[in-house]
Every structure is written in structure tokens, then in C-alpha cells.
Write a protein that binds this ligand. Structure first.
Ligand SMILES: C[S@@+](CC[C@H](N)C(=O)[O-])C[C@H]1O[C@@H](n2cnc3c(N)ncnc32)[C@H](O)[C@@H]1O
Length: 297
């Protein structure tokens, strides 16, 4: 009987998913196989010749079939990696994207610099709007000491997975979750309602762009995490209108944007009259991706 080793399976699944026109087939093959064998992805490469037993092959077969029908592997195995942290995901939250790691990196750098120039031991207060799985808040809290974060999302089911992730990374003393529409759940008397940093990766897909999205995004990820009105700018407009009430002197607002939205979002922020300096940064694919706006004071 034919012996299926890890190497042979990896190659076979990669080819199968390539033929089915699935993106990043090798990465998907590694995710599905390592999950089935209950190992880390990197371990696959140290055990190339290990034979895989029939019950595991049967399990793998079902997972590969789902992936070949465009279901994202992160949803199939219930987790993904973000900023070198394992983040649980399900169909109620967006799968964290590599572009958002750039937003997170800038947020951490900003807080680090602020801590170095101000009192190092004083807490810095951060608001992560539209937190989804909680990935941004969690990566900031893990990497920047003396940070307290309020993370909000309108979707209760997304917050359930965010709570799971916060617990998993032992950050319950650093991150508070609130359910509601953007800033609405913050109660000024009760919460730290002025922040050193407000960070947000909002829904920003326009109606027209939505139709052109890949099937694995369009058919599986929550529409409420993607769509933001006809032009995709609904949430930016609201943030620009309300953010002034929530920023401390010297604070910053950092937003992820769609690659065509830099000009429009810059104009919205300029019109708000709240910011002295607005910069736009490109991602690794040379697309406009992060807007940082520094508060006037
Ligand atoms: C693009 S996802 C980002 C999730 C996560 N921050 C990330 O980067 O992976 C946007 C999130 O915004 C939430 N959302 C949509 N409209 C909202 C609103 N009006 N107020 C708060 N959250 C909202 C969605 O439920 C979703 O979890």
C-alpha cells in the first residue's frame, strides 16, 4: 500500500489547491496538515519522512475538501497567526491580515516613543475601535508594558472570540471589551475616555469593490466587518466627526485604509480641524495603507 509521508502530503495538497485556484496553496497545506497532526507548522519540516496514519488521512481529506471549496483555512482550523501570536478566529470575526500588522507596529512604536519621552511608568491609554478578534489590542498589550486598552466592536459574537483571545494571552487586566457603535459604549465618568492613541481597522470596502472580492472573502467573512457604505468611507466619516472628544493632548489617531482611500480619508481628517500632522504610509505591496494623524495640541 502507498505510504503517505508528511512531505508527500504537503506536495500533494499544495498541487491540489493550486489546481483549484486557491490562494497561497502551500501555506494552506501547511496549516491544514499541522492542525491535523497537532504540530507546529515548522515541525512539519523536521519530520518530512514521518508516515501519516489512516485516521489522520481521513480527517485531513475532509479539511482539504473544505479548503478547495474556498473556505479559508483559518476558519477551518479555528486559528491564525498575527504579529507572531496565535489568534483564535471563527466566522464572526475577520481573519487578521498581514497589512494590519503594520498598523500594529506603528501603534507600538508610537507608544514606546511616548513612554520614553514622558513618564515611563505611567500607563498609556489606548482605544482599539472595531476590534474584531482583538488581534490589534492583544499585540499592543503583549508588546508594550504600561498600556491599558479599551477595545470596542458592534458585534457581540466577535467580542466573544476577542474575549477568548484575551484570556488565552493572559491580558484580562490590560484590555477591557465594550460592545457598541464606535465610541458610543464609552462612558466618560466610568472609563478612561480620553486616549493617548486611538487605533482602528474599520470596515472599508465599497459596494463596488465587494462584488470583486475573492470568493473566500466574499462568501465567508462577515459582511459587517467589510462593508462601509457605497464609497467604503462611512466609518472614517464618523470617526473624523467624533474623535476630537476622545484624544488627549499629544495623542494620535491611526487608521488602516483601503489602497484607494488615502486622499479621501486625509481630506476628512483635515476638515475635522483636529490634527496638525497627517502622514500616509504604504504597505509591503506599495499600497497606501496606514494614516497617522497627530492631535493639534
Ligand atoms: C475590518 S474588521 C477589523 C477587525 C480587527 N480589528 C482586525 O484588524 O482584524 C472590522 C470590525 O469592525 C466591526 N464594526 C463594524 N461596524 C462597527 C461600528 N459601527 N462600531 C464598532 N464596530 C464596528 C465589525 O464587527 C468588525 O469586527
Amino acid at each position: 500500500m502507498e505510504q503517505w509521508t508528511i512531505q508527500k502530503l504537503l506536495n500533494w495538497i499544495t498541487q491540489y489547491l493550486t489546481d483549484k485556484k486557491i490562494d497561497t496553496p502551500r501555506l494552506n497545506a501547511e496549516m491544514l496538515l499541522s492542525n491535523t497532526l497537532e504540530m507546529q507548522r515548522i515541525e512539519l519540516y523536521t519530520m518530512f519522512d514521518k508516515p501519516v496514519a489512516p485516521p489522520q488521512l481521513a480527517k485531513l481529506h475532509k479539511l482539504v475538501k473544505r479548503a478547495s471549496e474556498n473556505e479559508p483555512s483559518a476558519y477551518i482550523i479555528g486559528k491564525t497567526e498575527f504579529y507572531s501570536l496565535e489568534i483564535n478566529v471563527n466566522k464572526n470575526c475577520l481573519i487578521p491580515r498581514p497589512e494590519t500588522e503594520l498598523l500594529t507596529e506603528r501603534a507600538i512604536e508610537f507608544l514606546r516613543e511616548k513612554s520614553e519621552t514622558e513618564n515611563k511608568n505611567e500607563n498609556k491609554y489606548v482605544c482599539d475601535l472595531c476590534t474584531g478578534s482583538g488581534c490589534v489590542a492583544i499585540a499592543i498589550a503583549k508588546n508594550q508594558p504600561n498600556t491599558k486598552i479599551i477595545a470596542t466592536d458592534i458585534c457581540d459574537a466577535a467580542l466573544t472570540i476577542a474575549a477568548e483571545n484575551i484570556e488565552k494571552h493572559k491580558l484580562t487586566d490590560k484590555i477591557i471589551l465594550l460592545c457598541g457603535d464606535l465610541f458610543e459604549p464609552l462612558i466618560p465618568q466610568l472609563d478612561e475616555a480620553k486616549f493617548d492613541l486611538i487605533v482602528c481597522n474599520p470596515p472599508y470596502v465599497s459596494d463596488e469593490e465587494f462584488e470583486k472580492l475573492d470568493k473566500n472573502v466574499k462568501d465567508y467573512e462577515p459582511k459587517s466587518a467589510l462593508l462601509a457604505g457605497k464609497d467604503g468611507l462611512d466609518i472614517y466619516k464618523r470617526i473624523a466627526g467624533e474623535v476630537n472628544n476622545f484624544l488627549k493632548p499629544g495623542a494620535a489617531l491611526m487608521l488602516e485604509i483601503g489602497c484607494e482611500q488615502a486622499k479621501a480619508v486625509r481630506e476628512l481628517l483635515e476638515k475635522s480641524g483636529v490634527f496638525s500632522e497627517i502622514t500616509i504610509e504604504k504597505d509591503h505591496q506599495n499600497h497606501d495603507r496606514i494614516i497617522t494623524a497627530k492631535h493639534k495640541s
